[in-house]
Ligand binder design. Structure first.
Ligand SMILES: NC(=O)c1ccc[n+]([C@@H]2O[C@H](COP(=O)([O-])OP(=O)(O)OC[C@H]3O[C@@H](n4cnc5c(N)ncnc54)[C@H](OP(=O)(O)O)[C@@H]3O)[C@@H](O)[C@H]2O)c1
Length: 340
């Protein structure tokens, strides 16, 4: 049966559907209803998407999509514009785009607010482009907008070999900052050094704060980009220089921690929590504009680039989730929706 959308008749689309009755919440590639692009939206023929940890949480039932967003997994994609809704002026049918989604990326088609899109650079594959939006926009937002990182400052990036970490290391290096990272294995630390980190250390078996203090000759860091939360909190605050900023993106090491408010007061620190998905399309558009103004030329020139651990077919989304959950990846895990 063909489904009739606002812009014509397409074959029914397939998407990854969560079997909420199965013990491990199995993922199946099945027929689902087509999305319809409303005012200000475009309909995209998805060629590739990418995995985010939020997808694993959503699959487990712990991270529902924001109101009005697709229930289908997937926070980013790259593909070709199939149709445009009213009031869309910047994008046209046939444009190669990538962008941020509130949900819906693990599918053959998605409707997305036009403000959340970026062009796919000339000569890039859709797989490469799908690895850009979440990590580069998260890293840019939190280093430069929330964290107010400036040229010449020092930044500590936890999980430096993660998707967000690999994007953050490259942009901070490109912005002439001193870049320090933590990562759990020597292979990950070496990759971070290749990407431009000045110093990389373990955080599991060593005290990262002591190692970094020694490397910096006793100085502190201006910005910490953290995904661990409670497990790193005391050492992050201790490491920050006067007027330092701690930007918290995730709570992989726990949500409850004690804060020495004396340190916060004396050093005039700022503790900033930040999420990207819950922001409005207008805010996401502003973040995309800021990233493009500062880093688009660097991306086109190859000075910064997405780091891709592997590409798997969308039908293997569950295996891709297992890979992410195993913490062994460096950079992004991409899902190919239209295999060449
Ligand atoms: N707030 C936002 O807007 C936003 C946006 C995007 C992503 N995020 C979050 O930011 C985090 C990083 O995202 P990503 O896509 O870059 O993830 P990723 O590529 O899957 O990498 C995450 C890495 O975190 C490290 N890690 C795992 N458990 C840890 C723990 N308990 N303590 C410290 N480090 C731990 C591991 O690296 P090691 O082997 O080095 O430990 C792991 O490979 C995720 O939690 C994600 O949900 C938040």
């Amino acid at each position: 049966m063909a489904l009739t959308g606002e812009f014509g008749t397409f074959a029914p689309m397939k998407a990854i559907v969560i079997d909420t009755e199965s013990p491990n919440r199995a993922l199946h590639w099945r027929d689902v209803a087509d999305p319809i692009a409303g005012d200000g939206q475009v309909l995209v023929d998805v060629h590739a998407t990418a995995v985010n940890r939020a997808d694993l949480l959503q699959r487990a039932g712990h991270y529902p999509p924001p109101a009005g967003e697709s229930e289908i997994l997937g926070l980013e994609m790259a593909g070709v514009v199939m149709a445009t809704g009213a009031q869309v002026r910047d994008w046209h049918v046939g444009d190669r785009v990538c962008g941020l989604l509130g949900g819906g990326g693990y599918a053959e088609r998605v409707a997305v607010d036009a403000r959340q899109l970026l062009p796919v650079p000339e000569g890039w594959s859709f797989e490469r482009a799908a690895a850009v939006p979440e990590v580069f926009l998260t890293a840019w937002l939190n280093l430069f907008l929330e964290g107010q990182l400036r040229s010449g400052e020092t930044v500590l990036i936890h999980a430096g070999a993660s998707g967000v970490g690999t994007a953050a290391v490259q942009m901070a290096r490109d912005a002439n900052c001193e870049v320090l990272v933590t990562a759990s294995t020597e292979g990950k630390r070496e990759r971070c050094r290749q990407l431009g980190a000045n110093f990389a250390c373990d955080y599991r078996d060593t005290d990262f704060a002591a190692e970094i203090r020694e490397f910096l000759g006793g100085d502190g860091v201006d910005v910490v980009l953290d995904v661990a939360g409670a497990s790193h909190l005391a050492r992050n605050l201790e490491l920050l220089a006067p007027q330092g900023r701690l930007v918290l993106l995730a709570l992989l090491g726990g949500a409850q921690g004690a804060i020495d408010l004396g340190l916060v007061l004396r050093k005039r620190l700022r503790l900033i929590g930040s999420t990207l998905r819950s922001r409005s399309a207008a805010e996401k558009g502003g973040i995309i504009g800021g990233f493009r103004a500062q880093f688009w030329d660097a991306l086109l020139a190859g000075h910064i680039e997405p780091v891709i651990d592997r590409v798997l077919p969308i039908q293997e989304a569950a295996a891709a989730h297992d890979v992410i959950a195993g913490n062994g990846t460096i950079g992004k895990v991409v899902l190919s929706v239209r295999q060449a």
